[in-house]
Design a protein around this ligand. Sequence first.
Ligand SMILES: Nc1ncnc2c1ncn2[C@@H]1O[C@H](COP(=O)(O)OP(=O)(O)OP(=O)(O)O)[C@@H](O)[C@H]1O
Ligand SMILES: [Mg+2]
Length: 231
Amino acid sequence: MKTYFITGTDTDVGKTYAACALLAAARERGLSTAALKPVASGCARTADGLRNDDALRLLAQTTAGQSYAQVNPVALEPAIAPHIAAQQADVELSLGRLLPAVQDLQKLPAEFAVVEGAGGWLTPLNERESLAELAAAARLPVILVVGMRLGCLNHALLTAAHVRGYRLPLAGWIANCLSAELPYLDENLDYLREHLGAPLLGVLPYGPGASPEQACRHLDIEPLLSGTDAV
Ligand SMILES: Nc1ncnc2c1ncn2[C@@H]1O[C@H](COP(=O)(O)OP(=O)(O)OP(=O)(O)O)[C@@H](O)[C@H]1O
Ligand SMILES: [Mg+2]
C-alpha cells in the first residue's frame, strides 16, 4: 500500500482539503483507498461519540470499509493543541498509542492511503514526542501542503528541511490557494519549485465549496504512483 503522511505549513492551510483531493484522484484511477487522522482536536459530541470533521471528510473518500474509530483513534473535544486537549481529557497521546493505528491502516485491503497530521509538522503529542516522530517511526513519505500566502516560503522550506532531517522522503508538495487574490503567486510557485526539491503534485485553486472530485482535477498523482519512496 502506498501510504503518505500529509503535513502542512501551518494549521488551516488545506491539509484535509488536499488529502481528500488526493484520495479522490486515487479513486478515479481505480485504486482502493484508506485514511487515518490519528489525533483530532475539535470534535463534536454526537450520539455515536466524538466526531471530527476532518476524519469524516477523509472517511467519505475511502473505499476500505473503515469504521470511524479506525480513521480517528484519538478524538478530543476542544479545538486546542492536541497534547493540551489530551491532558485535559486524561487521554493517552503518545507514539506508542498512535503507531499501531498506522500499522493497522497498512494491513487494510487498500492500495493508496493518507495519514493526516494535525497543525504543522512538529505538533506535540506530549512533553517528549511530536507527530513528526510518528511519521518517522512509521517511515512514511511526506506530502507537504503549502498554504499559499505571505510567509509560506519560509514555512515550506523549514518544514521540508526538517522532514529530510528525519531522513524521510518528501514525496511531493501541493500548492493550495487560500484566497482568490494572491499577489505574485507565480513567482512564489517558481521559487518553491526550484527550492523544495520534490515534485509539485498540483496547484489547487481557491474554490470555496469545491468537492474533492472537482479539486482532484488539479492534481497529478503520477509521481507518487511511479515513485518508489512509498511504503
Ligand atoms: N483551495 C481552497 N479553496 C477553498 N477553500 C479551501 C481551500 N483549501 C482549504 N479550504 C477551506 O479552508 C478551511 C481549512 O482547510 P482544511 O480544513 O483542509 O485545513 P487543514 O490544514 O486540514 O486544517 P487543520 O490544521 O485544522 O487540520 C476549510 O474550510 C477548507 O474547506
Ligand atoms: Mg485538517
